[in-house]
Design a protein around this ligand. Structure first.
Ligand code: G3P
Length: 214
């Protein structure tokens, strides 16, 4: 299972990369806005740190404008994956990108049939937002199970990229269900390392070490 980091903050990316937990990066307009920096500057800097796929989201909502942005981003670095919203116009852009060899990540997916369409259009990744589904009392992880099964039924190459991950249980369940990727904020990656018994055990070992004659 691959771990991507869901941030546009270069410091966070470097920290997670130092732990070996960054197979790729996902960004979105909200995450980029938090940096207060120009998008392309941020994108190029991320790609210079991370060799795996780096998702850059288009802002356009029409086919022609999406394609303009997609070609522009894809020309910046060869590991850029263009993030395209799950819209009819978006599906046209995903098809063209696939034909041109530009990888896409279809975002804002909230249903299994949306995921099916994205795979048929030739998306490299589908991003179902599990946390936002949970927020509206719908089981986000059930959707992951359904998409994994559908992709398996028809041997689609599209990878299931679990997004809007809010806590370690999302990662645990995604792994149990066979999702290809989980994209997590740095806080979740750090939470994954933690266990109260690890802390208790370490405190005891360090205290006992003081009793060892030196
Ligand atoms: O990159 C998309 C995504 O992971 C959003 O997460 O927490 O804003 O729902 P969140």
């Amino acid at each position: 299972m691959k771990f991507f980091i869901d941030t546009a903050d270069i410091k966070e990316i470097r920290e997670a990369a130092a732990m070996g937990l960054v197979d790729g990066v996902t960004t979105n307009p909200s995450l980029v806005a938090k940096t207060g920096r120009k998008f392309k500057d941020v994108l190029v800097e991320i790609c210079d740190v991370v060799k795996g796929p780096v998702s850059a989201e288009v802002i356009a909502t029409t086919y022609d404008d999406m394609m303009r942005e997609a070609r522009d981003y894809a020309a910046l670095r060869n590991n850029i994956v263009v993030k395209i919203p799950m819209l009819p116009e978006g599906m046209k852009a995903v098809r063209t990108c696939a034909a041109e060899g530009i990888k896409t990540n279809v975002t804002l997916c909230f249903s299994a049939t949306q995921a099916l369409l994205a795979a048929k259009a030739g998306a490299a990744y589908i991003s179902p937002f599990v946390g936002r589904l949970d927020d509206v009392s719908t089981d986000g992880m059930q959707l992951i199970g359904e998409i994994v099964q559908i992709y398996d039924n028809y041997a689609f190459d599209t990878e299931v990229l679990v997004a809007s991950v809010r806590h370690p249980m999302h990662v645990h369940q995604a792994a149990m269900l066979g999702a290809h990727v989980a994209t997590c904020p740095l806080s979740v990656l750090i939470q994954l390392c933690k266990h109260p018994l690890t802390d208790v055990g370490l405190t005891k070992f360090l205290a006992d070490w003081q009793k060892v004659p030196k």
